[in-house]
Design a binder for this molecule. Structure first.
Ligand code: ADP
Ligand code: MG
Length: 647
C-alpha cells in the first residue's frame, strides 16, 4: 500500500489553494468538495472484457511463483472432492453398522475400514487447510514483492509528462490502491471458487446418486444467485471506480490537516472545521452508499440461501420418507443429513468467491492499464553527442500542456551562446518553468524545436541529456538522507564516496560552516520524516544548487534557485557559485535584480513569448517592461530584502 508514495508528493501536502494560472472561481469550485471534476476513467465490466485481464493476472501470478500456484491448485482439488468422500464414508459406516446390528456374527472389523478411512480424510482435510493458509501467505509475500517492484520499475521508465497529467491522476491513484493485495485477493477467491465448485459438483453427484431429483432442483436456484452476485460485484466496483477522485480529496484533506507543512497555517486561519466538514461530507456519502450495498448483499444473499435450503430440504424429506418405507438405506439418510448443509455452503461460497474474484479482476485492470502505459519521450532519441559547448536554442517553439488547448509557449525563439549566462524574468505563469521543462525534455514541443549544440533534443538520448545538465527545478527535491548524500545525489556515480568533493560543493553554496556546526556534520540526517534536523527553505535551496554544480555538465539550468534566500545570501551564493559555474552556459530564471544584473543578457517573458532581450543597460535604456520593473525596484530599495514569492 505504501508503494510509489514519493510519486504522489504534492498530491496531499501543501496548502496550494490557488494554483498558478487557474482562475479564482475555478479554484474555488475545485475546493468546494461537492463540485469535483468529472471522472474521465472509462472501463468495461462486461464478462468478455474482463477475461483477457484475468488471463493476464493468472500469467503474472504463474510467472511469479509457479511452484506455489501448483501446490495451491492441487490442494484445491483435493479439498474440493473431500466432502463427497466424507459423505460416502459416513454412508458406508452407517450402512455397515446397521448390517452389524441385524446380524450378530458380523464382527466390528467390518466397521474398521470405514473408520480408518474417515480418520484419514479428517487428517488430510485438517492438514490441507493449514497448508492452504501457509501457501496463501507465501503467495501473498511473493506477489507483494513482485508487483510493487514492477510498479516502481515501470514508473521509473515513464515520462514526467505522464505524472504531471491531471487526466492520469485517477489511474495513478487507483494503481496505488493496494494492487498487490488485489492480485492476492483475486488468486484466493478464484481458488476458493474452484474448490467450492468441486465441492458442489461432487456433493451433488453423491446426492444425485441417492436421489436424482437433486439435479433438477439445485441449478434453478443456484443460477439466479450467481447472476445476483455478479451484478452486486459490478456495482461494488463501479462504486469504487467512481469514488477514486473523491477518495483523493479525502486523503488531501487528511494531508492538509496532519501534514507538518500545513497544520500551522490551518490553525492560524482557523479553516480546520471547514476542511473537516468537507471531509465528513465525503465520508458520510461513502458510508451511505456502502450501507445500501451491504443491505442489498444481506437481503439478496439470505433470500438465495433460504431458497436453496428449501429446495434441498424438500428432497431431504423425500429421502427420509423413502428410508422409512425401506426404499433408501439409513446410510442414505445420514448422507443427506450431513451433506445438505455442506452443499448449500459450497454453492454459496462458490458463487460468492467466483463473483468476487471477477470483481478483483476489474480492479486489476487498472494495474494492467498502468503497466501498459508506454513512455513516449523517454524511449525516443538515441544520439549521445558530447554536448560540451553548451549552446542552447529554442527555435519557434509552441507548446501546450497535454489536455489543455491554450498554448503556454507561443512561437518562442531564443538563442544562448556557449558560456553565456542568460537570465529570464517574467510574471507568474509567463511560461518560464515550462521553458525549463522543455529544455530538460520532460515534454517535447508541439511545434518548433529545442537544440543543444545544434542537435535537436528529440534525437538525443534522454538519460544522456540529463547527465550533461545541472538543473535546479522550481520544485526541487528535499531528500530524506544525510547532508552528504543530499549533495552527492547531484552525481551519484562519483560523489557518494567522495567527502572532499562534497565539502567543496557545500563551500561553493555557502553551507560548509553550517554543516560543520551540526553534531554529526555531513553525516547528519536531513528531513523531518525520519530525523530531527531539517534545513530552512533557503538552505535546502543551496543544497539543490550544490547538486546542480556537482554534475559534470556544460549546461546549468536554475529555476528561481534563490527564491527562498535573502538578498545578502543570494549575492554570496551567486558570487561563489559563478566561480564554479564559469565556462558553463547558465539559464537562470529569477525575479531578483541583484541576480539579474549578474547575467550577461536578460530575457523578459510574457504570455509565452520573449518580449525583451538584451543586457541590463540596454533594457533599461529601452524603457520597456524591464525598465519599468527596475524603476519600481529602485523606488522600493529599502524593502527589497523581503524573500521573493515563488511563482
Ligand atoms: P512560470 O514558471 O513562468 O511562473 P509556468 O511555466 O510554471 O510559469 O506555467 C505557465 C502556464 O502553464 C501556467 O498558466 C500554468 O498554469 C500552466 N502549467 C504549468 N504546469 C502545468 C502542467 N503540468 N499542466 C498544465 N498546465 C500547466
Ligand atoms: Mg515557474
Amino acid at each position: 500500500t505504501s508503494l510509489v508514495r514519493g510519486l504522489a508528493a504534492g498530491q496531499t501536502g501543501g496548502l496550494q489553494v490557488t494554483e498558478p494560472g487557474r482562475s479564482r472561481a475555478e479554484s474555488r469550485d475545485r475546493q468546494k468538495g461537492t463540485q469535483m471534476p468529472p471522472d474521465t476513467g472509462v472501463y468495461s465490466d462486461k464478462l468478455r472484457a474482463i477475461l483477457p485481464t484475468a488471463r493476464w493476472a493468472l500469467r503474472l501470478i504463474w510467472s511469479t511463483s509457479p511452484g506455489i500456484l501448483i501446490g495451491l491448485v492441487t490442494l484445491v482439488v483435493v479439498l474440493g472432492v473431500l466432502p463427497a468422500g466424507q459423505a460416502l464414508t459416513v454412508r458406508g459406516l452407517v450402512d455397515a453398522a446397521v448390517l452389524a446390528l441385524g446380524t450378530p456374527d458380523i464382527s466390528f472389523s467390518a466397521l474398521r475400514v470405514w473408520l480408518g478411512l474417515a480418520f484419514t480424510l479428517a487428517v488430510v482435510e485438517a492438514v490441507g487447510l493449514k497448508l492452504q493458509v501457509y501457501l496463501g501467505s507465501r503467495l501473498n509475500d511473493e506477489l507483494n514483492l513482485r508487483i510493487n517492484t514492477d510498479l516502481l520499475d515501470h514508473s521509473a521508465r515513464l515520462d514526467v509528462a505522464f505524472f504531471e497529467d491531471p487526466r492520469q491522476r485517477d489511474l495513478i491513484a487507483r494503481t496505488r490502491q493496494n494492487t498487490a493485495g488485489q492480485l492476492v485477493q483475486f488468486t484466493t477467491q478464484f481458488l476458493r471458487a474452484i474448490m467450492n465448485m468441486f465441492r458442489s459438483v461432487s456433493l451433488v453427484s453423491v446426492l444425485a446418486y441417492i436421489d436424482p431429483l437433486v439435479l433438477l432442483v439445485v441449478p434453478p436456484f443456484a443460477i439466479p444467485f450467481l447472476g445476483f452476485q455478479w451484478k452486486l460485484a459490478r456495482d461494488r466496483y463501479a462504486e469504487q471506480h467512481k469514488r477514486t477522485t473523491k477518495l483523493r480529496w479525502t486523503s488531501y484533506f487528511v494531508g492538509v490537516m496532519t501534514g507538518s507543512g500545513s497544520v500551522g497555517e490551518v490553525k492560524l486561519l482557523g479553516i480546520g472545521p471547514l476542511l473537516m466538514r468537507r471531509y465528513r461530507e465525503l465520508m458520510e456519502e461513502f458510508r451511505l452508499r456502502d450501507r445500501r450495498l451491504h443491505l442489498r448483499n444481506l437481503v439478496g444473499g439470505s433470500t438465495a440461501a433460504v431458497l436453496v435450503i428449501v429446495a434441498v430440504f424438500a428432497i431431504f424429506v423425500r429421502v427420509a420418507y423413502r428410508a422409512v418405507q425401506g426404499g433408501a438405506s439409513l446410510g442414505d439418510l445420514a448422507v443427506f443429513a450431513g451433506a445438505t448443509a455442506r452443499l448449500r455452503m459450497a454453492i454459496d461460497q462458490a458463487i460468492v468467491a467466483l463473483t468476487s474474484s471477477a470483481e478483483q479482476v476489474l480492479f486489476i485492470s487498472n494495474l494492467e492499464k498502468f503497466m501498459q502505459v508506454e513512455p513516449r519521450i523517454a524511449t525516443r532519441g538515441i544520439l549521445t553527442p558530447p554536448l560540451d559547448r553548451g549552446s542552447i536554442e529554442f527555435r519557434n517553439v509552441t507548446f501546450a500542456y497535454p489536455g489543455s488547448r491554450e498554448p503556454v509557449l507561443r512561437d518562442l525563439s531564443l538563442q544562448i551562446d556557449p558560456g553565456e549566462t542568460l537570465a529570464i524574468v517574467g510574471e507568474n505563469g509567463a511560461g518560464k518553468s515550462t521553458l525549463v521543462k522543455l529544455l530538460a525534455r520532460f515534454y517535447d514541443p508541439d511545434q518548433g524545436s529545442v537544440l543543444v549544440d545544434g542537435v535537436d533534443l528529440k534525437d538525443v538520448s534522454i538519460e544522456h541529456l540529463h547527465r550533461r545538465m545541472g538543473l535546479v527545478l522550481q520544485t526541487f527535491g528535499r531528500y530524506e538522507t544525510t547532508v552528504a548524500e543530499n549533495i552527492a545525489y547531484g552525481n551519484v556515480d562519483d560523489l557518494l564516496d567522495d567527502p572532499v568533493q562534497v565539502a567543496e560543493l557545500a563551500r561553493a553554496v555557502g553551507l560548509h560552516e553550517k554543516i560543520e556546526s551540526l553534531e554529526e556534520g555531513y553525516e547528519t540526517h536531513l528531513g523531518r520524516m525520519f530525523g530531527a534536523v531539517t534545513f530552512s527553505g533557503g538552505q535546502w535551496q543551496r543544497i539543490a544548487a550544490a547538486r546542480a554544480l556537482a554534475r559534470d555538465a556544460s549546461l546549468l539550468v536554475l529555476d528561481e534557485p534563490t527564491s527562498n534566500l535573502d538578498a545578502i545570501g543570494e549575492h554570496e551564493l551567486f558570487t561563489s557559485f559563478s566561480k564554479l559555474a564559469r565556462g558553463r552556459t547558465t539559464l537562470l530564471v529569477s525575479h531578483r535584480f541583484t541576480t539579474l544584473s549578474m547575467a550577461d543578457r536578460i530575457a523578459v517573458m510574457a504570455e509565452g513569448r520573449i518580449v525583451e532581450l538584451g543586457t541590463h543597460e540596454e533594457l533599461c535604456a529601452e524603457g520597456g517592461v524591464y525598465a519599468t520593473l527596475y524603476g519600481f525596484y529602485e523606488q522600493l530599495l529599502p524593502d527589497n530584502r523581503r524573500p521573493n514569492q515563488s511563482s
